[in-house]
Design a protein around this ligand. Structure first.
Ligand code: ATP
Length: 885
């Protein structure tokens, strides 16, 4: 039993030296022998299952019904074509779905949790799947435990084990505990950490004793793929629309059959008509096309460093009108450098390059020593690990010839109270010459609150109000210059004390000011966001003045009045805060729970809010925000798990790019859908008018199916990957409630569709008229009908193909966008015409689809008709107001 053995025994058993960890070669060998550290998920659906899943669809039922009817009336060829279409549709569906799934899987891979392990003597971050038994794993707050561990070191480590035990309160862990009782329940094994649980506080180190299915969670194997609802609201609405159209189609079929019976019309013909109408009403290719466009879109977004974790986010992105962003690392470079420090009465400037220098007095030495001992970061041979704020402190010490490694060796750490963003403090207890010393660093205001004395010229003196003011004044001045200020304090004790007792009665030593330059590209992105009707807002744990100074530099805020601190928020009543929130652009000194309050207040006014976060406590805010954005580099596993999108470069600019991309993807889906629906409308109009006026049927069901599934699909996909509109970021965000058919899109579909339908009938009429028949003639010979139907068939396909160009923008002329700026569409339209030509000239196809080749004159005529809807649509755009364009 691992939990009843001493750490020495375990280390021996697993042949690893905790100081250096495994060697790369050994880890590799173990990985090959025992396999990856992965839990087996639900078995994947087989291709056959996927195929049958495709058939469970309202639209397919209608088609299968049609096939049965055609068989019943003896139209074998039609039945075969319909069945082939069903088969083809399901096959395409399977291909699209697995393609989309692969794209999503690839994205998931990019966000698989990573673990800190010690290998070859250094700490490395590796994919959790590559962790092997014997690895030394380092845990810190916010990280998932990658495998089952026997802890060998712990500092206030708390782990939330609800995945395993159902208990949501974190349990305290202690590496030194031993449990003799072999029946110790999992929840009480305080010297162990289990796979898939979450470190919420403190630090620890453990040796991996089991991986993958050997772990406790693997044994009970209850986790498994959460079935996240990955349909976007739009897809859901489209599914509803599809269903409704399916029901309408069935209803129409029934009604028409009843009419046929009542009026005593030929039943067979009515069957055919009913099926044609049903087929015409249903956009068969739509769900697959939307899925693939979304998948292509998210893949494209991953290339610009935005990984979409939840598909609905793509749609919501387009509506975001407030971006709440952390400051450090997202708006700034997170490359901290100490440029000034202050001890009682002495302000020192630090040269940014090279070593320093000035002989230090005791206070300065003490200041640097406290900062270094109270830091976990390392900096060796120009390479650093850990929090950039702490790296800056360690680098400062190097400059003053105070080596971190040496200091830590001489003053071994025996206790600590880790940093958290609520207290904004961190403390450690280190051995000292005459006992122990607490070193505390953090926000200066908080340091002053817990200090009663100060260090002045090496002596500890009472901390007077004047001295406090003096420190604050210096800090304020630094903050105004956009410096991040950090204070340090200490206290001596005779014995080891608990973390709870550390942060009281301290002696202030002084403070440092560090620069963290804004990211260069962010200023432009902020201007771009503002131009797109989006308000950028800064939310930071940092000091108000520092935050405002940077916000001003970046163009987020223009004055101090636009800022508020966390404690000022607490003083306001809920209503007041709701009322005033619109005035603020900078929220400083906030803790994670303020973030929730801020998001809710903005949402109260109907805003769509995106919020960034990286810490353990940020998860609630990320979940509540419309778009929760986690940081890929500095973010904890928890924040990533709670987010909708992850920025792989932690950069604000990426959020703005993602919004732009989100707007484009939505617009493109809209173009595809409106295009497909206007085509369907055209078909319905043609058939419906024919039924209404008792004309011969201008199109057969199989012909309509061919167009819906073959000729139309290519332009629809090409529209889905249309290059983004250059002006997409000069428009206001889309209102989430806006219907798909808003802003003239519905009208365009109706006008376009009706025109296509009428022109199809006109072509049909011309086809009949060439042989001296009219729409009302009786007993028209078969070859005349076939000729007329072929003309209608080609016009229907051709008009839709040409019309697709016009769908690239609802308002702008396609000539303005550039006829050839989407070569996929050009290719798709050419392909569509080739296929159309093929089907009427290749005899086998022509027979099956009951069409025939056309004369040159007829070709000219159908081409002329085909281009009309495109021209009408383009001309109507000329009459649009400039403001609408
Ligand atoms: P943002 O929320 O924009 O990322 P931030 O990084 O300043 O801003 P926090 O990390 O919550 O936010 O830090 C808040 C404050 O806590 C800082 O202004 C600083 O005073 C203090 N602080 C930050 N890091 C440490 C640390 N490692 N040890 C002690 N105090 C720290």
């Amino acid at each position: 039993m691992w939990f009843s053995k001493s750490t020495e025994e375990i280390i021996h058993e697993l042949s690893v030296n905790p100081e250096t960890g495994l060697s790369t070669a050994e880890a590799q060998a173990r990985l090959e022998k025992y396999g990856q550290n992965k839990l087996k998920g639900k078995p994947k659906k087989s291709t056959l299952e996927l195929f049958f899943a495709q058939l469970q669809d309202m639209l397919i039922y209608v088609l299968l019904g049609a096939a049965v009817i055609t068989i019943a009336v003896g139209e074998w060829v039609d039945a075969i074509i319909i069945l082939m279409v069903v088969f083809l549709n399901a096959t395409i569906g399977v291909i699209q779905e697995s393609k989309a799934e692969k794209a999503i899987e690839a994205l998931e891979k990019m966000t698989t949790p990573r673990s800190l392990v010690r290998r070859d003597g250094e700490v490395r971050e590796i994919n959790s799947e590559d962790v092997v038994a014997g690895d030394i794993v380092i845990l810190d707050a916010g990280r998932y435990v990658p495998a089952d561990l026997r802890l060998i070191e712990s500092a206030n480590l708390q782990i939330e084990e609800s995945a395993l035990t159902g208990e949501s309160l974190p349990t305290e862990k202690n590496a030194k505990d031993l449990h003799e009782d072999p029946k110790t329940p999992i929840g009480e094994k305080s010297n162990m950490a289990f796979m898939s649980t979450l470190a919420t506080y403190g630090r620890g180190e453990g040796v991996v004793i089991a991986t993958a299915m050997e772990t406790e969670i693997g044994k009970i194997a209850t986790i498994l793929d959460e079935d996240i609802d990955s349909m976007t609201p739009l897809q859901k609405r489209l599914e509803e629309l599809g269903k409704t159209l399916g029901y309408i189609a069935i209803a129409i079929t029934v009604v028409m059959l009843v009419i046929a019976l009542v009026q005593d019309r030929p039943l067979f013909e009515m069957f055919l008509t009913a099926i044609s109408l049903a087929v015409a009403a249903i956009p068969e290719g739509l769900p697959a096309i939307v899925a693939i466009v979304l998948a292509l879109g998210v893949t494209r977004m991953s290339r610009i460093n935005a990984i979409v974790r939840k598909l609905p986010a793509v749609e919501t992105l387009g509506s975001v009108n407030i971006i709440c962003s952390d400051k450090t690392g997202t708006l700034t470079q997170n490359k901290m450098t100490v440029v000034k420090f202050y001890t009682a009465g002495n302000l020192t400037n630090v040269a940014t390059e090279g070593r320093s220098f000035a002989a230090q007095n005791t206070d300065e030495k003490e200041l640097i020593r406290s900062f270094v001992l109270c830091s976990d970061a390392t900096y060796e041979n120009g390479k650093s690990t850990g929090d950039p704020t702490e790296v800056a402190l360690v680098v400062l010490a190097e400059k003053y010839d105070m080596e971190r490694r040496k200091l830590h060796k001489e003053h071994k750490r025996v206790g600590e109270k880790p940093f958290d963003s609520d207290r904004k403090l961190m403390s450690t207890l280190n051995q000292d010459e005459n006992g122990y010393r607490v070193h505390t660093k953090g926000a200066l205001d908080n340091i002053l609150k817990i200090s009663s004395t100060a260090l002045v010229d090496g002596k500890v003196v009472s901390l007077t109000e004047e001295m406090k003011e003096d420190y604050l004044k210096v800090a304020e001045k630094m903050s105004d210059d956009a410096l991040r200020v950090l204070g340090a304090a200490f206290k001596d004790t005779n014995s080891i004390i608990n973390p709870e007792e550390m942060e009281e009665d301290l002696t202030v030593v002084g403070l440092v000011g560090m620069i963290d330059p804004p990211r260069l590209e962010v200023k432009d992105s902020i201007a771009k966001a503002k131009g797109a009707g989006i308000t950028p807002v800064m939310i930071t744990g940092d000091h108000k003045n520092t935050a405002v100074a940077i916000a001003k530099e970046l163009g987020i805020a223009s004055s101090l009045e636009q800022s508020i601190t966390g404690s000022e928020i607490d003083e306001l009543s809920e209503e007041e805060f709701l009322r005033k929130i619109k005035n603020y652009r900078v929220f400083a000194r906030v803790s994670p729970e303020h973030k929730v309050k801020i998001v809710k207040a903005f949402q109260f006014h109907g805003n769509i809010v995106s919020m960034t976060g990286d810490g353990v406590n940020d998860a609630p805010a990320l979940k509540i925000a419309d778009i929760g954005v986690a940081m890929g580099i500095t973010g904890t596993d928890v924040s990533k798990g709670a987010s909708d999108m992850i920025l792989t470069d932690d950069n604000f600019t990426t959020i703005v790019h993602a919004i732009e991309e989100g707007r484009n993807i939505y617009n493109n889906i809209k173009k595809s859908v409106i295009f497909l629906l206007s085509c369907n409308l055209g078909e319905v109009v043609a058939i419906f008018l024919a039924v209404l006026f008792n004309w011969p049927l201008p199109l057969l069901a199989t012909q309509i199916l061919w167009i819906n599934l073959i000729t139309d699909s290519f332009p629809a996909i090409a529209l889905g990957i249309d290059p983004g509109d250059k002006d997409v970021m000069s428009k206001e965000p889309r209102k989430p409630k806006d219907s798909f058919f808003a802003h003239g899109a519905g009208q365009r579909a109706i006008i376009g569709g009706t025109l296509i339908g009428i022109l199809t009938l006109v072509a049909f009429y011309f086809g009949l008229a060439e042989f001296g028949y009219s729409l009302n003639s009786k007993d028209i010979p078969e070859h005349v009908i076939t000729n007329a139907r072929t003309m209608a068939f080609v016009v229907l396909a051709g008009a839709q193909l040409f019309f697709s160009f016009s769908m690239r923008s609802m308002h702008k002329s396609v000539f303005r966008i550039g006829l050839f700026s989407n070569m996929y569409l050009v290719g798709a339209v050419i392909l569509g015409f080739i296929l159309q030509l093929g089907v009427i000239t290749i005899p086998a196809f022509a027979n099956a689809f009951k069409v025939q080749n056309l004369s040159v004159y007829d070709w000219g005529l159908v081409m002329l008709f085909s281009i009309v809807p495109f021209i009408v649509n383009e001309v109507s755009k000329l009459f649009m107001k400039e403001s609408e364009i």
